[in-house]
Design a protein. Structure first.
Length: 320
């Protein structure tokens, strides 16, 4: 479940990134969603700030340009990360309609059926060193799918180092420098080169099966309906193609200011000009609900319907 690896990827006016949200259970109720503490006004202001940062990142010499990301694939092992294969054969079927609209499919390459998707995970499983002192791994995990054909990164299951140590009761443990979702997600996209999968630049990010309470609260406000996970067989909430907001609308700004949205903005701002991204700006965000599609004929479980956010990019020079 994509609960966002920290509360706010974007920080204060100092441009520092703040700590992550507390660990959120994969099963939430509407009452738990009501405990969210991010207000709509705060999310709106934060989203506008992030949008400004992304736009400023295209301008050389701007005092609002964030430092360009310094991490490379080689830094994974240095900071205790292992790359693994993420294979959940039925995980993408709930996004089949979305993928079809992007002229792609929901099949994993590992299934050997001409799939357009590569499953990949980064597991924080090795000892790392800070100032000559060794620290045990946090058991953090960032897992998702990379659709090379559509230029789509699907953030499917994300539990960052800060989440893990907060849950384990060791909040003062020094964290690896390479820890944030925006950093590791982009390295996942770059790993396609390492495993010999041809691809173009990144064009979309899907924050999938969201359970973060702050994000759910803001989406609920935007849609005017409860966006928390639901077990009802039919809830009347929009499935794909969902509801789309362009990045000049307040609703999009508020969604961008959520824990699941801000990381997408930071991913763009810190990688402008990279060959695997190009020069991109945020174009729109699409909100839709989906539930896992069981492939067996006897399953009686009614899986939770969860909200998803598809962020679309466009070339920065497209309107010039």
């Amino acid at each position: 479940m994509d609960h966002a690896s920290r509360q706010h990827e974007a920080g204060s006016s100092s441009m520092e990134r703040s700590p992550s949200a507390d660990f959120v259970s994969s099963v939430e109720t509407a009452s738990e969603t009501a405990q969210a503490c991010l207000s709509y006004e705060s999310a709106l202001a934060k989203g506008r700030k992030i949008l400004s940062i992304v736009e400023s990142s295209l301008k050389q010499g701007s005092d609002r340009v964030p430092a360009q990301n310094k991490f490379t694939v080689r830094d994974l092992s240095k900071w205790g990360w292992r790359q693994g294969v993420y294979v959940l054969p039925s995980a993408l079927h709930e996004y089949a309609d979305m993928l079809a609209s992007l002229n792609s499919n929901s099949i994993l390459q590992a299934e050997g059926k001409g799939g357009d998707n590569v499953g990949m995970s980064f597991d924080h499983a090795d000892v790392y060193r800070i100032k000559r002192k060794s620290y045990e791994p946090t058991d953090a995990n960032y897992s998702g799918f990379l659709n090379w054909k559509a230029g789509l990164l699907i953030a499917h299951s994300n539990f960052g180092p800060q989440d893990r140590i907060s849950r384990d009761g060791t909040p003062n443990c020094p964290l690896p420098e390479l820890q944030h979702w925006s950093d590791l997600a982009f390295l996942q996209w770059k790993m396609l080169d390492q495993i010999g999968v041809g691809h173009g630049p990144l064009r979309y990010v899907l924050r999938a099966s969201i359970v973060n309470t702050d994000t759910i609260a803001i989406v609920s406000h935007v849609l005017g309906m409860d966006a928390s996970p639901q077990r009802a067989s039919y809830t009347g909430r929009p499935s794909w193609p969902g509801v789309t907001f362009s990045m000049d609308q307040d609703q999009a700004h508020a969604i961008l200011g959520t824990p699941n949205g801000s990381g997408v903005g930071w991913l763009l701002a810190q990688h402008q000009g990279d060959p695997d991204l190009g020069r991109k700006v945020l174009d729109k965000v699409t909100v839709f609900f989906s539930r896992k599609r069981c492939l067996c004929s006897v399953c009686s479980v009614d899986p939770l319907e969860r909200v998803n956010l598809l962020f679309s990019f466009k070339d920065a020079d497209a309107d010039n």
